[in-house]
Design a protein around this ligand. Sequence first.
Ligand code: ATP
Length: 327
Amino acid sequence: MDRKVTNIGVLTSGGDSPGMNAAIRAVTRTGLYHGLGVYGIMRGYAGMIEGDIKKLDGISVANIIQRGGTFLKTARSKEFHTYEGRKKAYNNLKQLNIDGLVIIGGDGSFNGAQIFSNEFDIPCIGLPGTIDKDIAGSDTTIGFDTAVNTAVQAIDKIRDTMDAHDRLFIVEVMGRDAGYIALHSGIATGAENILIPETETDMEELICSLTEKEKRKKLVNLVVVAEGGDLGGANKVAKIISERIPTADIRVCILGHIQRGGSPTCQDRLIASHMGYYAVESLMLGRKNVMVGVINNKIFYTPLDKAVKEKQKIGQEWMKIVKILAS
Ligand code: ATP
């Protein structure tokens, strides 16, 4: 193959997600297989600006596929928003003859990659590494499956105590702008109501459904709320409900950061490995500024600007199904 790159850099940026290590491993081992020099850039764009970059070999990425987090660490860099910062980063890459980059992160990281690549002509390939699954151009993202399964396991446990005490539980899961974790974990745990940022909640309908269930003596109720839900997080929702249904025995549980950590599921390891492999193949073929995604189990490339602008949309059919199944 006529290789278009000789040395590549790999970094993780933005929020961490389980499976990032598996993706770094796949990028490194595929690059080495093809005889490329592979460099790990520490703490995302911050390390690129500071020159905190180390050469990786096969051993560097041994025994990490099963670990959450990212061994390259991740960060958010204000300096990368400036031209001067990006120029410093470019000079550091140039010194090491790095002529291609793989960026594992969310839409913000892709935005930075796109700007950087246009300014300095370094081809960038994005891998969707975020627990939110809100990026267009891929059925799923690295980390979503693990995060949602962590939420499901936690909610199952909460259900036991909820049932024992006939309580109404309001569980908050992660998702500032995206409701996928709430939607999937809520459906999988039989939630009566799911509140997400993408959909306007009909407050009267919510109160009506909870009151009606109380009358029928269906006393155990589970409401799953995304942290960025349209009514606010779980505490706000609990306040609204307790004002309207003073007899309800309400408890709030905010799952928080446990959803980010932990050993990645098999599915996250597989997609990370698959996408990591194709990121390197793409650079070798001369592709630039695309995100590698998986749609219907096939690799799919989306221009970075499109992946940034277009969010994956939640099908309204699911919200209808939630109501029917919870009745
Ligand atoms: P997550 O989905 O977990 O939030 P993300 O990749 O969207 O991940 P951001 O904090 O939005 O996380 O972006 C990560 C980094 O990308 C920023 O700290 C910044 O260094 C870089 N970045 C984001 N937007 C831009 C931009 N417009 N110009 C230059 N760099 C950017």
